[in-house]
Write a protein that binds this ligand. Structure first.
Ligand SMILES: C[S@@+](CC[C@H](N)C(=O)[O-])C[C@H]1O[C@@H](n2cnc3c(N)ncnc32)[C@H](O)[C@@H]1O
Ligand code: SF4
Ligand code: SF4
Length: 379
């Protein structure tokens, strides 16, 4: 190889590695910009003080905290019309009763977190558009000066629902569309119909214009698997031609409690030139930010430490019977936070004991589950 060729190859490699790094960071950067906007739009002195406190306590790796979570996931229901093969709802492995959240559980949760919350994500393990009171939920959150965000597969969107998405004041809508031809799309979005979805996107954008509304901000989210990577650029082009506001590419994850994670990765994830699977590496060097910034409430009122875990046996609390303050510094939370502190020692076993997403320094509780394999992208 000539010197020029070697330099050019090295430059190409450097460029491609920088692009890969940027591609990996993009989901995080776009998510950060969304959070930043929520802070700008929905601040109060109390919320701002809390935000600063939370960020300080997170960096100091405190096990008992005075701050409160400010990004809350409230799952309206864990029922879905699709059967995505890497989603525990799609595969029937949720290990929690499938149900709609009752209105009282919803308002109780929102009222508890409202003094601190900047953002409520109205989705987690189901198709939120199937909840009969989803638009009331959005309006209720709006009335508390909190940003609203929702992700949908957008297969079941009648004209009325499309209008209500706009009129309810939803701020941010994520459309999960991982392909533009039916053959490709339906491999992951099993039972879905991409032409129907694309028709719904067109209607939504047309109606948003006709109603003179700037919201919801519409994001097309494309999860890149081996089977759909070839449609990625065409999807991006189509999204912007249709008038979508943001096209976001994210890597796939697999269910937290998957029994055969390597096989699933092998079946679905993109391989590199040598056939290795490109997967999430784990052991992020910080403390787990979910344990400081966020809380997840399931349709039955059970609270999980993060949006990644799902079975009710992993719950840290219950909003039907406990307050936010009862839950937020209970023994489970203290134990989980102590895992990220040098010399920390958990006293009660939790699902976090065996989690490899963030780097742990402390000792898990005796009899803790040691080897949970949580391969899911941290975004
Ligand atoms: C479980 S879904 C619930 C919301 C809605 N049903 C949907 O699919 O958009 C929550 C988010 O996880 C995303 N998701 C689904 N399967 C995924 C996977 N294997 N890896 C990463 N994200 C995934 C969805 O696209 C969606 O944005
Ligand atoms: S559409 Fe969403 S909730 Fe439904 S199975 Fe797929 S990922 Fe899960
Ligand atoms: S399971 Fe892992 S990511 Fe979730 S809260 Fe626990 S340590 Fe954090």
């Amino acid at each position: 190889m000539t010197a020029e060729r070697a330099i050019s190859t090295r430059n190409d490699n450097a460029l491609s590695s920088s692009l890969t790094k940027l591609r990996q960071k993009l989901p995080q950067m776009t998510r950060m910009s969304r959070h930043a906007l929520s802070v700008i739009k929905h601040s109060t002195p109390r919320k701002l003080f809390n935000l600063v406190l939370v960020e300080l306590e997170y960096r100091l790796r405190r096990t008992t905290v005075r701050g409160h979570p400010y990004i809350i996931i409230v799952d309206p229901l864990n029922v879905c019309n699709l059967r995505c093969p890497l989603c525990p709802t799609g595969t029937g492995d949720l290990e929690r009763k499938q149900q709609r959240m009752e209105w009282e559980t919803f308002t109780r949760t929102i009222d508890e977190v409202a003094p601190y919350a900047y953002e409520i994500n109205l989705h987690n393990w189901g198709e939120s558009l199937l909840h009969p009171r989803i638009f009331d939920m959005i309006e209720y959150v709006n009335s508390k000066n909190i940003a609203t965000n929702m992700s949908t597969n957008f297969n079941r969107a009648s004209d009325d629902k499309i209008d209500n998405l706009i009129k309810s004041g939803l701020e941010y809508l994520i459309l999960s569309i991982d392909g533009i031809t039916q053959d490709t799309y339906v491999k992951y979005r099993v039972r879905g119909n991409v032409n129907k979805v694309l028709g719904n996107v067109e209607k939504l954008i047309r109606r948003r214009k006709e109603l003179g509304s700037r919201t919801p901000f519409i994001e097309w989210q494309f999860i890149v698997f081996e089977h759909n990577a070839h449609e990625l650029e065409a999807a991006r082009e189509m999204a912007y031609e249709m008038g979508v506001d943001r096209f976001r590419v994210i890597p796939p994850g697999i269910p937290f409690a998957a029994k055969e994670p390597d096989k699933l990765k092998d079946d679905w994830f993109i391989k590199d030139d040598e056939g290795r699977v490109e997967a999430f590496q784990g052991d992020v060097p910080t403390s787990c930010f979910y344990l400081y910034r966020s809380m997840t409430t399931n349709p039955d009122g059970g609270t999980a430490p993060c949006c990644i875990v799902y079975g009710d046996k992993n719950d840290f609390g219950d909003f039907k019977t406990e307050s936010l303050d009862d839950i937020w510094n209970n023994q489970k939370y203290q134990s989980a936070r102590s895992l990220f502190k040098k010399g920390g020692r958990a006293v009660e076993p939790t699902i976090c004991d065996g989690c490899h997403i963030f780097k742990q320094h402390g000792q898990p509780a005796p009899s803790a589950p040691r080897d949970v394999i949580p391969v899911k992208s941290v975004q």
